[in-house]
Design a protein. Structure first.
Length: 708
């Protein structure tokens, strides 16, 4: 009965965790509805269905764009009530989907404008605005030879762009050694967002024809500034003795405008922008927006682009949540988290489910622009070209897009293979319990070197299943957090130790104790379910030494839980509750194995800086747990005696005497001096009272030796 009560309390606590932490992502908002008719339905039947729906619900359907006619995509104004009525009207017989036309937008906190140079950084001191002049001097005074007003000579591998020295983000991804291999020639990158303006430092960059889905025309000029800044990170004109540098300067840019001057757009426009980019040869598609609504229509467009050979990259979002926002959460999309100048996760960046990789996104503190991502964009108010530091996951995503363009220029065209190279070549972290960094930090040089290898790494099996639709897209797995090899080793050692005891009682509490002490349900630890807190999964997948990490989010073990303390307390409690003794034995065995493995592979403890001291601490406690298991296996009287005896002087005196006697040499006797028994009876073995005596005649006597 007590076991069931404990199990019930455990399940209630897990349920409380799910309810308490609630959803990671809220539902999206919309003011219009998408009607996506099936292609096999004829035009006349579609028009008839629309006419009937228009009369019934007073609708005014319209095509989303000039490209919507062939796809039969219509938009009608309306909200949740109309959406429900349309789904119940029978119109779904002709449609692939009737769904909200969710609003997506530029991520919050993605723009911090502290203008640096306008057109010519040398002319900074001619500005009448002293605050602007101060910012310019901060970023250019070390790059300009003040005596001649000429740029200083740069090393051969370093471009002569004057702001390159301030582009810490490019150095953080090791771009200079990557440029020795390729600069992206032949790759096409579509920037799907607010469009691109051809500012001063994009003059030599190659542009392709794009489209404006907001105003339905072929002029995709940026009227916001966000998309232009992102385009600069990808392919800013480089080594032109002006401005800043880009990651893939020889790649071509395709501007796709789907967000308005206010930075807002709909999933219908975004989906058609992705299809346009895929149909016009884009190899990399950089999405620059985030949203909260899950759109089947947009997912279909992403799947279409993936089949056409495009790699799709999206920011994770700037809300500091424990899951990425859409579109990073869709299948076939790489979600990118943001890093600051120190290589740490930026405070605003989303982490957790949906984050595949991390890249520099910037973090500007106060009015110091040093921590921002500096690229050429324009000031909307003054309509002038500026170099400004921005921050956000929108700034991190184009770093990955630029490196993807470099990989594609090497002849690797499969989007899955490009994604695998990006993921497998990252700078890995020792431990990332909350998946704030995804697989790790972007490394351009390592990615290109890995692409040069004759044999390339295989893709992640779980990601393949998810992308192919075998697993629900809301389910996400962090393979690094599972740590299967070490966990399986812990489980194996635990079973060997249990087998060596021989008399172990194999009941449910013993197994539970071994599981909690050694490996836990480690496969569950890396599971993420979108919109649900990951805390219950981390609790179920953690062992007792790791429980502190679950709540603190810190990979370093705590000496209070990673020690013999808890097994000792449970063993002491089993004095009052003998039924807990098997569980205490199992916990001791499990923690013997886990602490032993930790002492070898990851000797990191809170409050203990030295790894050697931490290693000794973990190994000693592993040994103490093993001794505790052996003591607990003894009968209770022997267990108490074994615990008391080591504190008695007579015990150690007896142990010493037995040890010294064992080392004394045994006396050697010759055959002449060997003593003989005085009579034959002394040689007989003692007989029990019930044994029957043999007759004297049956006893063989030894003959007496004759005298010589």
């Amino acid at each position: 009965m007590k076991r069931w009560i404990l199990l019930l309390c455990f399940l209630v606590s897990l349920g409380w965790g799910v309810v308490h932490y609630g959803s990671s992502i809220t539902q999206g908002n919309f003011s219009s509805i998408i009607l996506d008719f099936r292609e096999e339905v004829g035009d006349s039947q579609i028009q008839q269905a629309l006419s009937e729906a228009s009369q019934r619900f007073d609708l005014k359907p319209r095509l989303n764009s000039e490209f919507s006619e062939s796809d039969h995509v219509f938009i009608v104004p309306g909200e949740a009530t109309l959406l429900r009525d349309l789904r119940r009207s029978g119109l779904d017989r002709y449609t692939e989907s009737i769904e909200p036309n969710y609003n997506y937008s530029v991520p919050e906190a993605s723009q911090v404008r502290l203008p640096i140079p306008v057109d010519n950084p040398i002319a900074a001191n001619k500005s009448a605005d002293r605050s602007t002049e101060k910012s310019q001097v901060k970023l250019t005074d070390k790059l300009i030879d003040k005596s001649t007003d000429k740029f200083q000579a740069q090393p051969p591998t370093e471009p002569n762009d004057p702001l390159f020295k301030r582009q810490w983000n490019l150095k953080q991804i090791n771009i200079e050694s990557a440029w020795i291999i390729t600069k992206g020639k032949g790759s096409i990158v579509a920037v799907v967002g607010t469009g691109i303006s051809r500012v001063s430092d994009l003059e030599t960059t190659d542009f392709l024809v794009g489209y404006d889905f907001v105003n339905d025309n072929a002029d995709a000029t940026d009227d916001h500034g966000h998309g232009t800044h992102i385009a600069g990170t990808i392919a800013q004109s480089t080594n032109n003795a002006f401005g800043s540098a880009g990651i893939a300067p020889e790649a071509s840019l395709m501007p796709i405008k789907v967000l308005s001057i206010g930075g807002n757009g709909t999933v219908a426009d975004i989906a058609e922008g992705i299809r346009y980019a895929a149909d016009h040869g884009a190899h990399v598609i950089n999405l620059t927006m985030v949203g909260d609504g899950n759109s089947l229509f947009l997912q279909k467009a992403i799947d279409y682009a993936d089949r056409k050979g495009a790699v799709i990259i999206s920011p994770a979002g700037n809300s500091g949540r424990t899951a990425a926002a859409y579109p990073a959460r869709y299948r076939h999309v790489l979600g990118v988290a943001a890093l600051d100048i120190k290589g740490q996760k930026a405070p605003y960046s989303n982490g957790g489910a949906g984050v595949d990789i991390s890249a520099p996104g910037g973090w500007i503190e106060g009015e110091d622009p040093t921590g921002g991502i500096i690229q050429n964009t324009f000031d909307r108010r003054m309509q002038v070209s500026i170099f400004a530091p921005y921050q956000g996951t929108s700034m991190a995503a184009p770093h990955v897009s630029g490196v993807a363009a470099l990989i594609h220029s090497m002849g690797i065209t499969d989007p899955g293979e490009i994604s695998t190279l990006l993921i497998r070549s990252v700078q890995r972290l020792p431990r990332d319990a909350r998946n704030d960094y995804g697989a790790g930090k972007l490394d351009a040089s390592a990615a290109l070197k890995l692409a040069q290898q004759p044999t390339r790494p295989p893709p992640n099996l779980f990601d393949q299943w998810r992308d192919r639709g075998y697993i629900d897209a809301r389910l996400w797995l962090d393979e690094e957090e599972i740590a299967a090899p070490s966990k399986l080793m812990m489980a194996g050692i635990t079973l060997i130790l249990a087998w060596s005891l021989g008399q172990l009682g194999w009941n449910g509490l013993t197994w539970l104790g071994m599981l909690l002490g050694s490996c836990g349900l480690f496969l569950v630890r890396g599971i993420y379910l979108m919109d649900v807190s990951q805390l219950p999964f981390r609790i179920l997948g953690s062992t007792l030494p790791e429980l502190w990490n679950v709540f603190q989010g810190d990979p370093v073990l705590n000496p209070l839980t990673a020690s013999v303390l808890v097994p000792a307390l449970l063993g002491a409690l089993s004095v009052r509750i003998p039924g807990l003794k098997p569980g205490a034995v199992g916990l001791c065995l499990g923690m013997t194995a886990s602490l032993l493995i930790y002492s070898i592979t990851d000797p990191a403890l809170e409050w203990i800086a030295s790894s050697m001291v931490a290693r000794i601490f973990l190994f000693t406690n592993s040994l103490l747990c093993w001794m505790g298991a052996r003591y607990l296996m003894l009968p209770w009287t022997d267990f108490v005696q074994g615990m008391v005896q080591p504190w008695q002087f007579r015990y150690w005196q007896g142990r010493w005497n037995s040890l010294t006697i064992g080392f004394q040499p045994r006396p050697r006797h010759s055959s002449k001096t060997r003593r003989r028994p005085t009579n034959a009876a002394s040689e007989r073995p003692p007989q029990s009272p019930n044994s029957q005596a043999l007759p004297t005649s049956s006893i063989r006597r030894r003959p007496k030796p004759r005298d010589p």
